[in-house]
Design a protein around this ligand. Structure first.
Ligand SMILES: Nc1nc2c(c(=O)[nH]1)N[C@H]1C(S)=C(S)[C@@H](COP(=O)(O)O)O[C@H]1N2
Ligand SMILES: [Mo]
Length: 259
């Protein structure tokens, strides 16, 4: 067999492995796989080595799969509460993640910030940060789980989202709540999750105003959902019956992304 044919066969193997791995651990980790296999695929093309015999591939898949098993146990039924933790278990420093690096974090000016509200609501008024801060606030210490294979426990302060839905006169029989962010990110959740007692319009992190990297001026914290369904730097909220999708969801991630 010549070298070209051999690398062709390697590609077929790689494709098969990706398919097998995906059905093994679900589409949850597509982003992770694509990242890893882009490198491994390139490597096998250059070396002509079959990656199906590669120990590190097996190890990686095993690790991601085990992580997902754990994640499934942490995320659950929207009618039940997500686990809460003691202060001693808070992860410090708390990890940063976004579709860009930390030096690109948007710097939002608090003075002219307005949170827009649209769709199936009776009160379409926009909210200043001061108005949001004047609403009753609660705190949670919960676990944030990212599909890229990490989780961390954090402490967030904010307005129960169900309380905010009342203030805007939301039609709670509508199907979806969509979130649009300053950095172009967006995601959406079902109404049951929006009404969940732990879903929070978050203004504070660890007793301080929400730092820029964690979503200033506000994020929506949803401990029953995966990290990508926890939008940071939210600038607009829409109540709608039309499926809004999301930044990662539109690229093949599970829309439900949790419990
Ligand atoms: N606006 C915005 N929100 C976002 C993201 C993003 O890129 N932009 N990434 C999501 C993902 S994948 C994760 S894991 C968390 C990370 O939040 P953290 O930086 O507070 O850990 O933010 C989520 N919300
Ligand atoms: Mo994530």
């Amino acid at each position: 067999m010549n070298k070209q044919m051999k690398s062709l066969e390697t590609n077929v193997n790689a494709d098969l492995i990706i398919k097998e791995a995906e059905s093994l651990v679900g589409r949850f980790n597509r982003r992770h796989f694509l990242k890893q296999f882009a490198t491994l695929g390139g490597l096998s093309l250059l070396t002509g080595c079959s990656i199906s015999n590669n120990d590190s591939v097996e190890k990686l898949l095993g690790q991601v799969s085990r992580f997902n098993d754990k994640a499934q146990a942490w995320l659950f039924d929207p009618n039940k509460l997500a686990p809460t933790y003691s202060e001693a278990l808070i992860t410090r420093p708390f990890p940063f993640n976004a579709f860009y690096s930390e030096d690109k974090v948007p710097q939002v000016d608090a003075t002219d910030f307005l949170l827009e509200v649209s769709g199936r609501v009776s009160n379409h008024k926009s909210w200043t940060l001061a108005e949001l801060q004047a609403l009753p606030q609660v705190e949670q210490i919960t676990r944030h789980i990212c599909v890229e294979g990490w989780s961390a426990i954090g402490r967030w302060q904010g307005v129960p989202f169900s309380e905010f839905l009342k203030r805007i006169g939301a039609d709670t029989s509508a199907k979806y709540v969509a979130f649009y962010c300053v950095d172009g990110y967006f995601t959406s959740i079902d109404m049951a999750t929006a009404l969940h007692p732990q879903t929070q319009l978050t203004l504070g992190f660890d007793g301080q105003p929400l730092p820029a990297r964690y979503g200033f001026p506000l994020k929506v914290r949803i401990p029953t959902k995966l990290g990508y369904k926890n939008p940071k730097h939210v600038r607009a909220i829409q109540i709608t019956n039309i499926y809004p999708g999301g930044y990662w969801e539109n690229q093949g991630y599970n829309w439900f992304g949790g419990s």
